[in-house]
Design a protein. Structure first.
Length: 464
C-alpha cells in the first residue's frame, strides 16, 4: 500500500564478518570510533584547525564494566585510526595496535593531528549509564584548553549495529525504515510472516530473498551469502586446529582441537559432541580476538555455524541449501531484533545465544524440508528454552560460560528442529509471544546479569 512503511534488516547486515571478542563491545565501538573520525573530518572542513586538539572517549554502562575484557579500548583506538571490523579481520591486530600505542596521536590530515593515547584518553565511567541504552559511548574533540569542539554520543545496540543519540531516540526499533514498494513481503511479526507465506505459497527463505532483491542484485546477494558461509566454515576449521591458552588472564585452555581429535580417532557419530566441538571452535577463535561472523552476535557466534557446518559436512548439504539456511535464520533474527533485542547488555544471554539457537533451529528445519509452520515452531521452541538466561561473563571475558554455552545452544537448536519436523507445526505458544516474553524478562532482569560481570558466575569464583 502506498504510504506504508516497514522495518527491514538485510541478511548481509545481520551476519557480518568481523573480529572478536564481542560484536557489541568490540565491533560496535570500532564502528562508532570510525564514524566519529568521519565527523571530525567534516568539522575540520568548516572550522579552523587547531594543532593542539585531542580526543577523549567516555564509556558508559556495560561498556565501562566489561570493556577491558572485551577489548573495547583497543577497538576504539583502531576505529579512530580508520580501521573497520571487516578490514582488520585478517590482520595481525597485536602488531597493528602496538604501532598505534607508540603514536600517541591521530593524523586527521596532512598537517593536522589530535593527541590520543588509549591508556589516558579512554575513560571507563562506571557511574549511571546513559538512559537510551546500556552500551553508550561519548566521543569528544577538545581544544588545548579542553573546550569541546565536537561531541557525539553513540550506542552499540548489539550485533555490531551502532546508532547515534539522534538515531536511537528517533527509532522505536533499531532497524532501517524502507518504503514497502521495495519489499513485497513486509512481515513485522511471526504471525504476519506465516500469513504471507500461506497466501503467497512461498517459503520463508523465498520471501526473505524477494525482500533482499528490492535492495541488492541477485548475484550480489548470492555472493554475500556465500562469503558469510565460507567465513563461518573457515572460522570453525581454524578453531579446530588451534591450541594454547586464551588471552585475558583466566588461563583457559583451548579445547576444540583435542575434542576434534578424539572424535576423529573414535570415528564418533554422536551428534551432540560434534555440535559442541564445532561451536566451541568458533567461540575460542572469538575469545582470541580473531575473525568471526556475527550470528547474530559474537558472543553467540558459534551456534549457527555449528548447526550449519554439521548439516553441510555430515549430511552432504549443498551450496543453495546453505543460502536457504541463512535466509531463513535471518528472517527469524530480524524479527527478534525488531520485537525485542539481541544485545546481552540489554536483555541478557537469552538475547544472544537464545536468539542464535532460534535462528539456527529455523534454518535447519528449512533445509530439512520443513513447512513455514514447522519452522516457526522450531524457532519458538529453541528460544523458549533459553528464556531468562543471564549474561555473566567471568572477568568480563567471553570465555566462561560463553564458549560452552554456544555448544549447548547448538544442541537445543538441533533438538528443536528435529522435534518440529516430527509434528505438523501446530503448537500452543506462538513465536511472537515467546519474543515478547524475552523482552519483558530482559526489562525486569537486574543489570547485574546483563553483561556487567556484577552477578552470577562472574562473582562466584573465589580468587586463591
Amino acid at each position: 500500500m502506498a504510504g506504508m512503511f516497514y522495518m527491514f534488516i538485510s541478511v548481509l547486515d545481520l551476519f557480518k564478518i568481523g573480529i572478536g571478542p564481542s560484536s557489541s563491545h568490540t565491533m560496535g565501538p570500532m564502528v562508532a570510533a570510525n564514524n566519529f573520525i568521519s565527523l571530525v573530518h567534516e568539522h575540520l572542513l568548516s572550522a579552523k584547525s587547531n594543532a593542539d586538539m585531542s580526543i577523549r572517549v567516555t564509556l558508559k554502562g556495560s561498556l565501562a564494566y566489561t570493556g577491558k575484557g572485551h577489548a573495547t579500548d583497543r577497538a576504539i583506538a583502531l576505529g579512530l585510526h580508520g580501521y573497520t571490523p571487516n578490514a582488520v579481520a585478517t590482520e595481525d591486530l597485536d602488531s597493528v595496535f602496538n604501532r598505534i600505542l607508540k603514536r600517541k596521536s591521530i593524523s586527521l590530515s596532512n598537517d593536522v593531528t589530535a593527541l590520543f593515547s588509549p591508556d589516558c584518553d579512554i575513560i571507563f565511567d562506571q557511574g549511571k549509564p546513559l538512559p537510551a541504552h546500556p552500551n553508550g559511548m561519548i566521543f569528544e574533540l577538545l581544544s588545548s584548553m579542553d573546550t569541546i569542539l565536537l561531541s557525539e554520543t553513540f550506542f552499540s545496540i548489539g550485533g555490531g549495529f551502532v546508532k547515534s543519540l539522534a538515531e536511537i531516540t528517533q527509532l522505536v526499533a533499531p532497524l532501517d525504515m524502507r518504503p514497502s514498494a521495495s519489499c513485497p513481503y513486509a512481515f513485522d511479526s511471526a504471525s504476519s510472516m506465516l500469513t504471507m507465506s500461506t497466501d503467497s505459497g512461498l517459503s520463508i527463505a523465498s520471501m526473505k530473498r524477494n525482500n533482499e532483491l528490492g535492495h541488492i542484485s541477485e548475484p550480489s546477494l548470492n555472493k554475500g551469502l556465500d562469503a558469510i558461509w565460507h567465513s563461518m566454515q573457515r572460522c570453525i576449521e581454524k578453531g579446530l586446529t588451534a591450541q594454547g591458552i586464551l588471552p585475558g588472564g583466566l588461563g583457559i585452555h583451548r579445547r576444540a582441537n583435542d575434542l576434534y581429535l578424539q572424535l576423529n580417532d573414535t570415528n564418533s557419530s554422536k551428534l551432540n559432541n560434534w555440535l559442541c566441538t564445532y561451536a566451541m571452535a568458533v567461540n575460542e577463535e572469538n575469545a582470541a580476538g580473531h575473525m568471526v561472523v556475527t550470528a547474530p552476535t559474537n558472543g553467540a557466534a558459534g551456534v549457527i555455524p555449528s548447526v550449519l557446518y554439521y548439516f553441510m559436512k555430515h549430511e552432504n548439504g549443498q551450496a543453495e541449501q546453505a543460502r536457504e539456511f541463512l535466509l531463513t535464520a535471518s528472517a527469524i533474527g530480524g524479527l527478534i531484533k525488531h520485537l525485542s533485542s539481541i544485545s546481552g547488555a540489554e536483555v541478557g544471554c537469552q538475547g544472544e545465544v537464545g536468539s542464535a539457537a532460534s535462528m539456527a533451529a529455523a534454518g535447519l528445519c528449512a533445509v530439512h524440508g520443513g513447512t513455514s509452520a514447522q519452522i516457526e515452531n522450531a524457532a519458538e521452541m529453541a528460544l523458549e528454552h533459553h528464556l531468562g538466561m543471564t549474561c555473566d561473563p567471568v572477568n568480563g571475558l567471553v570465555q566462561v560460560p560463553c564458549i560452552e554455552r554456544n555448544g549447548f545452544g547448538a544442541i537445543k537448536a538441533h533438538t528443536a528442529a528435529s522435534l518440529a519436523m516430527l509434528e505438523n507445526g501446530e503448537h500452543f505458544m506462538p513465536l511472537d509471544a515467546c519474543i515478547a516474553a524475552m523482552k519483558q524478562t530482559g526489562e525486569e532482569m537486574s543489570h547485574k546479569y546483563k553483561e556487567t560481570s556484577l552477578g552470577g558466575l562472574a562473582v562466584s569464583i573465589t580468587e586463591c
